[in-house]
Design a protein. Structure first.
Lengths: 114, 114
DNA sequence: CGCACACATAGATAAACGTCAATATGAAGA
DNA sequence: TCTTCATATTGACGTTTATCTATGTGTGCG
């Protein structure tokens, strides 16, 4: 059970950190190199690198290397997928799990008015 | 820094769990009582109760008690706020942090084409 | 009252996470 | 080649998280 949302939860978790959410926000206007991100945050360089690697692992960002520098930018495809996954959670549909759930007997009938 | 996204990250983290995402999905069609949720998942009753309390703490759900039973439903206000917070991350705007970031000197000029 | 049921709370535990200092890698310049 | 700079990797450490068992709380029923 709850298998369907493992991927959704993993992607959300990748974003569910103040530093990583900030990074995504900063990158939303275009690519930025690590050294500039580093100067903005108060965290150490390895910590920032770690956060970037998590975002990269979940394909939320892509990295372009140019000489010594690394430029990071938002991966729009994954961002769109995230949006779709959120709709999957919140927008009720015919395939919703609730239909199975509601057939299970509880001791009281469920109200349908909510 | 990155203070602005602390609340956003906390709300995302509340949702960033397979069980909790599933609960939100099931609740999206209307209120359901705990005993029915419990029969769906393979986790223990205290664990489910714990997940529900996290969702409640972050106002993602509301609880209505009726006799011995607890009925849970989605708090649409918070879901809308979550959507707004995600837009705040991903939709570039004039107040974006990147404008401050980009003024910091890196050793190379930044490209604006990404 | 006394018991059973639905759910919450407390406490313990193992795994995951965020962070840092130290070190490695790899590219550019002297 | 040697050094410096930008970034990644490693390894350690304290905190948080998800889970369980055991227990508490409150409701309804006989």
């Amino acid at each position: 059970m709850s298998v369907d949302f493992i991927h959704t939860a993993a992607l959300l978790k990748a974003l569910a950190d103040p530093v990583r959410a900030s990074i995504m926000h900063i990158l939303s206007c275009g690519e930025v190199c690590v050294c500039q991100l580093h100067q903005y945050f108060t965290i150490s360089q390895p910590t920032l690198s770690h956060h970037l690697s998590i975002l990269r692992k979940h394909k939320l960002i892509t990295t372009r290397k140019e000489g010594k520098w690394s430029y990071h930018s938002v991966n729009a495809t994954t961002v769109k997928e995230l949006s779709r996954l959120l709709d999957e959670i919140f927008i009720p549909g015919s395939e919703c799990l609730c239909h199975t759930i509601r057939q299970v007997e509880c001791s009281l009938p469920l109200r349908q008015d909510a």
